[in-house]
Write a protein that binds this ligand. Structure first.
Ligand code: MAN
Length: 353
């Protein structure tokens, strides 16, 4: 086994985006985290669809967070922080009187850039907010896949009913077709392949099983990109490894000569998130050709080790440059900032096979 690796060439401008860089969606809220962007090219620019996680400014002695009512309204929940019925040991989720809530409410926002480094919020594009009963705790971590001139947005829909995969499609980023929840709870980290294989759409997704099974990456196929079946378990967690507790897909896999190259996240029991890679057969993506033993990237930089939820590098978006080798991965650092790092696809492949 090779020694621990980190192949990332981090941008010197990191973090590219921090919570203070954008305005909150409404008065009374502040942006706590700006993270986990989906990435795509549109009209000659690089775009991010970033997760904006908001909450009221916190006051001493009270934990407060917004919840949507599913009918267009919002309510602020307030819980005394010394309540014996409160478990707030995880910065992301709390349990109060036996019920789980999120400490922030996320929506998705579009940013664009000419150089892939400096991003701005263009006018005339909508913010995507949680809607209806299945998104009362928000929408998160959007992957964007482009098939022809159609973009597929797959994101996490969160509510007290559970965590599932929502999908929208668009061609112009101003009007969207909502396909509702395409994969029911508990499921997230869904990335659709950017071309069909033998006439079928493919997607990676991540169910979570509380008893038998675990947080594993699965593969599904579909005749129409909306109805998914033929589910197969592709990649399991590995005891004693950096990806021992959970694994989940990043963005759509990159097509290479050697196979479909998927960058995925893996976390251990201590909730430390690293990135690794897996190579799938070009003709039959249910066949795993190779998987990285050691992480490709670990939370090493200060902005990855400390923040809203430290020791996290998490990606769900990247750009493959025209030379076919340079891969810019955009990622959430410590669940608080948006950062970027370059990789060489050849170098990743040489670590795999
Ligand atoms: C996990 C984390 C959170 C996220 C919830 C719901 O706890 O990824 O950031 O809000 O799941 O998806």
């Amino acid at each position: 086994m090779s020694t621990a690796t980190d192949l990332a060439k981090r941008f010197s401008q990191n973090p590219l985006l921090s919570p203070g860089d954008l305005h909150p969606s409404m008065e009374g809220l502040e942006i706590a985290c700006l993270l986990n962007p989906g990435v795509f090219q549109f009209e000659g620019k690089t775009w991010l669809i970033v997760r904006v996680a908001e909450r009221p400014k916190q006051q001493d002695g009270i934990i407060s967070f917004p919840v949507l009512d599913g009918k267009g309204g919002m309510q602020i929940m307030e819980i005394p922080s010394d309540s014996p019925e409160l478990d707030a040991s995880d910065a992301r989720v709390i349990n109060y009187k036996g019920q789980d809530f999120l400490t922030t409410l996320s929506h998705l926002r579009l940013l664009c850039s000419d150089d892939g480094i400096n991003f701005r919020e263009p006018e005339g594009y909508p913010k995507l907010m949680g809607e209806g009963k299945l998104q009362t705790f928000g929408i998160e971590d959007c992957r964007v896949s482009q098939v022809g001139d159609q973009y597929y947005l797959t994101y996490t829909s969160v509510s007290e009913n559970g965590v599932g995969v929502g999908m929208k499609t668009t061609r112009d980023w101003k009007t969207f077709t909502d396909h509702g929840m395409i994969i029911p709870p508990h499921n997230k980290d869904c990335a659709i392949f950017e071309e069909t294989v033998n006439g079928k759409y493919y997607a990676l997704h991540r169910p979570s099983s509380v008893d038998l099974g675990g947080n594993y990456i699965w593969l599904a196929s579909s005749p129409d990109s909306i109805h998914w079946g033929d589910h197969r378990c592709l990649l399991r967690t590995r005891p004693g490894h950096w990806d021992s507790k959970r694994v989940g897909a990043g963005a759509a896999p990159v097509k290479t000569e050697k196979g479909w190259l998927e960058i995925y996240h893996g976390a251990n029991e201590a909730h430390q998130y690293c990135l690794g890679a897996v190579l799938l057969d070009l003709n039959d993506p249910s066949i795993v050709i190779a998987r990285s033993e050691e992480p490709l990237m670990q939370p090493l930089a200060e902005y990855e080790r400390t923040g809203f939820f430290g020791h996290v590098v998490f990606t769900n978006g990247h750009i493959v440059h025209p030379d076919g080798d340079r891969l810019t991965i955009y990622y959430g650092a410590a669940d608080e900032h948006v950062c970027a790092a370059d990789f060489s696809i050849k170098e990743i492949l040489s670590h795999l096979i």
